[in-house]
Design a protein around this ligand. Structure first.
Ligand code: HEC
Ligand code: HEC
Length: 164
């Protein structure tokens, strides 16, 4: 027997490939995050920056943020109580850990279950995905801030965050 090594190696490669493809399909494309579908949230949270996909943060983050809109990253983003309440309900229901089900493999990877981070751009996965972006890009005239996702992700409003 001279050639069993090759078929075995090929079989193994096929297995590994199949497992990877399966893992991807199950996790959903890494670059898709369902966009905001609630019109009020889109309007009130999409006027100063894009309305960020709710699945990028856990429910505790949205509750914390919505509880202090008067001090929102140096801006006053206050809303009347009924509107704030409605938006909070929507964001919490669509959060990355909605229904106790953590969106594994997505933005919450590496975020501890009791944390309530306020910035997507400070999450470990976000930082890792962007570690090859040259520092000067963030402060360039076209981008200006890490939070300006649509400057680089042209389909961000539709939920697609691939490299384009
Ligand atoms: C009056 C303007 C304004 C409104 C309205 C506003 N924001 Fe913001 N938001 C900001 C500013 C300014 C920042 C900081 C942006 C930066 O770092 O460049 C910010 C940052 C954020 C971030 C963090 C972005 C990051 O760095 O990951 C989130 C999340 C966020 N806002 C959610 C919301 C939500 C939810 C609403 C609606 C309730 C909202 N914002 C409404 C001004 C606003
Ligand atoms: C200066 C341009 C720039 C800005 C601004 C930017 N990104 Fe990115 N982003 C990139 C690049 C480039 C990549 C691809 C990195 C790679 O492929 O290694 C990337 C990758 C990603 C990925 C992973 C995509 C995948 O295929 O796995 C996600 C998710 C993402 N960005 C979300 C965001 C979000 C959310 C924001 C705003 C809060 C943002 N990005 C702001 C340039 C940017």
């Amino acid at each position: 027997m001279v050639f069993p090594i090759r078929p075995i190696a090929l079989g193994l490669a096929a297995l590994v490939f199949g497992a990877l493809a399966f893992e991807r399909a199950r996790a959903g494309a890494d670059h898709y995050y369902p966009p905001v579908t609630d019109a009020v949230t889109q309007q009130e949270c999409g006027s100063c920056h894009m309305a960020f996909p709710p699945a990028m943060l856990p429910a505790a983050s949205w509750r914390r943020m919505m509880g202090d809109l008067a001090n929102h990253f140096g801006d006053d983003a206050s809303l009347d109580a009924a509107t704030a309440e409605r938006i909070t309900r929507y964001l919490v229901a669509s959060a990355g850990d909605a229904g106790g089900h953590r969106y594994v493999g997505k933005m919450l990877r590496g975020v501890s279950a009791d944390a309530a981070p306020l910035r997507i751009t400070e999450l470990p996965k976000w930082i890792r995905e962007h570690d090859e972006v040259p520092r000067r890009e963030w402060t360039s005239k076209e981008v200006g801030s890490k939070a300006n996702c649509p400057a680089c992700h042209v389909d961000a409003d539709r939920g697609y965050f691939e490299d384009d």
